[in-house]
Design a protein around this ligand. Structure first.
Ligand code: HEC
Length: 213
């Protein structure tokens, strides 16, 4: 029974290859052409004329293959003509307004970023006794000094953006929007040292008045 089946299989295979015998040569030609074609492609990509990083060049006068962009070139989406937003200036002076309305969410974001980036030196209250200062770094001024209480919000934005004295810039770690959120949060911190009924929402005012405080 089993032998019979094997015989059948052999006959089947013979028939199959018998029928394709003629086209076999054609098939091998096609495969060969395909291989040659593919290697051709790869070779082209391998030896195409190109510069590798920092390679010297005889083409440019300065001998570098990598060229600087033309002075004044602005990358797409990087045009920063809004001096309030990007430099914290209004009519050439430090602005005392925000470039966008500050929401509760922005304040919370400001607090979170402040806690991460500023507290090591300025501490959580902004009095300037952070852990790094306790370990010997020059102490920053307290945010509650008169000069900083009176400073416009643009000043805080600019200190973060450009650095100030021994304090380095945070522009590469905090986005423009985050720097404004932190400026708003610092202002909110300062308000806690200058309680003013006018800053309390009307409903809360009523509660405070009723409690006689
Ligand atoms: C590594 C410590 C350190 C960190 C972190 C730090 N600061 Fe300062 N900051 C200082 C020091 C020191 C000064 C005082 C600089 C001086 O007067 O030379 C200062 C000054 C300031 C001032 C006052 C500038 C003025 O007009 O006198 C502000 C505002 C300020 N920092 C905001 C921030 C904010 C916001 C952050 C977080 C994004 C931050 N700093 C993070 C060390 C730090």
């Amino acid at each position: 029974m089993k032998l019979e089946r094997l015989g059948n299989l052999r006959r089947f295979v013979n028939r199959l290859f018998g029928s394709v015998r003629l086209s076999r040569r054609l098939l091998s030609c096609a495969v060969l052409l395909g291989i040659v074609g593919l290697t051709g492609c790869r070779l082209d990509m391998q030896i195409e004329p190109k510069y590798r990083g920092y390679e010297a060049s005889n083409f440019f006068r300065d001998g570098h293959s990598e060229q600087q962009p033309v002075p004044g070139t602005v990358a797409r989406g990087e045009l920063r003509t809004d001096t309030l937003m990007y430099a914290g200036l209004l009519d050439g002076k430090e602005a005392n307004v925000f470039p966008f309305p500050i929401t509760k969410k922005d304040l919370e974001r400001g607090q979170q970023r402040f806690d991460i980036y500023c507290t090591p030196c300025h501490d959580f209250t902004g009095s300037g006794h952070g852990m790094v200062v306790q370990r010997g770094f020059p102490a920053p001024p307290s945010y509650y000094e008169k000069k900083l209480m009176d400073a416009p919000v643009g000043h805080f934005f600019r200190v973060m953006t450009y650095g100030y004295g021994t304090m380095y810039s945070y522009a590469d770690r905090l986005s423009t929007k985050d720097r404004w959120c932190i400026a708003a949060y610092i202002r909110a911190l300062q308000m806690t040292h200058q309680p003013n009924m006018n800053n309390v929402p009307p409903q809360e005012q009523k509660i405070l008045e009723a409690s006689g405080q």
